[in-house]
Design a protein around this ligand. Sequence first.
Ligand code: PEP
Length: 249
Amino acid sequence: MRRKLVIGNWKMNGSRTGNTVLLSGIVAGLASAKADCAVCAPAPYLAQCQAELTGTPLAWGAQDVSAHASGAYTGEVAASMLQDFGCRYALVGHSERRAYHGESNAVVAQKAQAALAAGLIPVVCVGETLAEREAGQTGAVVGAQLQAVLDLLDNAALAKIVLAYEPVWAIGTGKTATPAMAQEVHALLRQQVAERSAEAASGMQILYGGSMKPENAGELLAQADIDGGLIGGAALKAADFLAIIRAAE
Ligand code: PEP
């Protein structure tokens, strides 16, 4: 039985004072949480997460990580640095990174590998654009995104990653994939992993992301292959984020 996992992606939002209010609000409502949960904060606030969340059930992580271990890569943050600040997770391949920073499937896979090498759990994001969905290419697009990761990781490493299916057309738009649409892609992804390793596939948490909110979380999270959520907008309000975590229990 896979544990449910709910991760908030704050994107480029937050402030020192606002973060304290949000984090304390979430933690106050988490006393009985049975699902795993985390927030992925902007890099400058990871020290604040460590200071304010250590000893609580709320883990934290980064929104990106360098594919390189160290060196002349101005502006990048190494996985070992995230480790130093207690991160458990690192998102890799979020569609905003793929679209605005030109991250290829191969680079995303290298980032996943770098995260694993430092003991972090990479949350590998995959998803199709609206044009790709309408052209009937969803399976091929997410399949190629996943395949780059499968090509780079051995079975032991593969068993440690988290996958997130995030249809690009549903991110921040208020449009959500129906539970059946999401389940169909999640099952495809799990099948693709199973072709490499049945064990990794049956244990892998596959999250859905794309306008998940308290009103639709229950139905999405009830699907057989949806093991949690990657939450953007609704993770910025403690009450909404908590309601989604409760829906995951
Ligand atoms: C995200 O940023 O990963 C996301 C799913 O955003 P939203 O929930 O706002 O659609």
